[in-house]
Design a protein around this ligand. Structure first.
Ligand code: R5P
Length: 295
């Protein structure tokens, strides 16, 4: 299979790692903005065979979504017979249904646009709701889960570890992380003190007393969710608390908020660049690309 990996400025490092694992040529798209703000993208070579486009849509997400659509079109126009589109962080994935009448299903709108412009296969990383891909795409697709890799970062350093997901819907992530550590896992439930109104969270069934807790989530945005979890775990007697996430959006001082809540270390993957993006998803992404392009 002849592969050209097309990198954009949003995912240069990850794209380079994926290209090296796949043994493909790496081409960096040219990007600029017109004076009125419109975006310009150019793939500066002819492509024969498969183009693997690696482009993450972290903030400014609207701009990056437009760049993604333009890059897919440019790669096809440059001769690619097939475009495998890797979206390490897919923005708008949390609006995965109409919570209120009149709302869009944002994830569906974005995925349909990606397919309509020319994606022949799509790879995502730790999508908020993985079944969104089945729901909205007709082309082959896969979602990879780096929870095991994130947990392995802490392997051998945690005493009597307990992996906690911030809610029931995220339990699959805690389960995968716990498997990599040979640890217990659970999810957190919210409760509100009737008198003070203070909100705390606590594991559904297991105790944190004297244990090292690893909190794991798909996204850290403001850090509010995991800061509350960390404070509650500490108050309930956890020995130490660590945190891992796939997508380190880190807005509004999130890292400071997490450390101030007593978290000993935070680690993330390289789907979004950050000071703690120490775990690469390149191997997982390259395997997913191979499985979608084989045959
Ligand atoms: C929510 O559905 C997500 O899985 C994350 O828990 C959420 O986006 C985290 O946001 P924040 O860091 O702002 O609490």
């Amino acid at each position: 299979m002849s592969v050209t990996v097309v990198a954009t400025s949003s995912s240069l490092g990850l794209a380079a790692r994926v290209a090296s694992i796949l043994g493909g040529e790496l081409v960096v798209a040219e990007e600029k903005a017109f004076p009125d703000g419109e975006k310009y993208v150019r793939v500066p070579i002819k492509i024969a065979g498969t183009a693997v486009i690696v482009h993450s849509t972290y903030p400014p997400q609207d701009e990056r979504i437009v760049q993604l659509l333009l890059t897919i079109d440019a790669a096809k126009g440059a001769g690619a017979e097939r475009a495998v589109v890797v979206i390490p962080y897919l923005a708008y994935a949390r609006q995965d249904r109409r919570f209120l009448e009149g709302e869009p299903v944002s994830v569906g709108a974005i995925l349909r646009a990606v397919e309509a412009v020319g994606a022949d296969a799509v790879v995502t990383v730790d999508l908020h709701k993985p079944s969104s891909l089945d729901e909205w795409l007709r082309v082959p697709h896969t979602n990879v889960l780096p929870a095991g890799l994130l947990a392995s970062y802490f392997k051998g350093r945690l005493k009597d570890p307990l992996v906690l997901a911030p809610d029931r819907g995220a339990l699959h992530r805690a389960e995968a992380a716990a498997k990599a550590l040979g640890a217990d896992y659970d999810y957190l439930e919210k409760s509100r003190d009737r008198v003070t109104g203070q909100v705390t969270v606590a594991p559904k069934s297991l105790s944190v007393e004297g244990r090292d807790v690893l909190l794991i989530d798909d996204i850290i945005s403001t850090g509010g969710t995991l800061a509350l979890a960390a404070k509650s775990a500490k108050a309930a007697g956890a020995r130490s608390v660590y945190a891992a996430c796939t997508h380190a959006l880190f807005v509004l001082g999130a890292l400071d908020r997490l450390y101030a809540a007593g978290i000993g270390e935070v680690v993330a993957t390289d789907t979004v660049p950050s000071p703690v993006s120490k775990v690469s998803v390149a191997e997982l992404v390259a395997s997913a690309v191979l499985s979608l392009t084989r045959g």
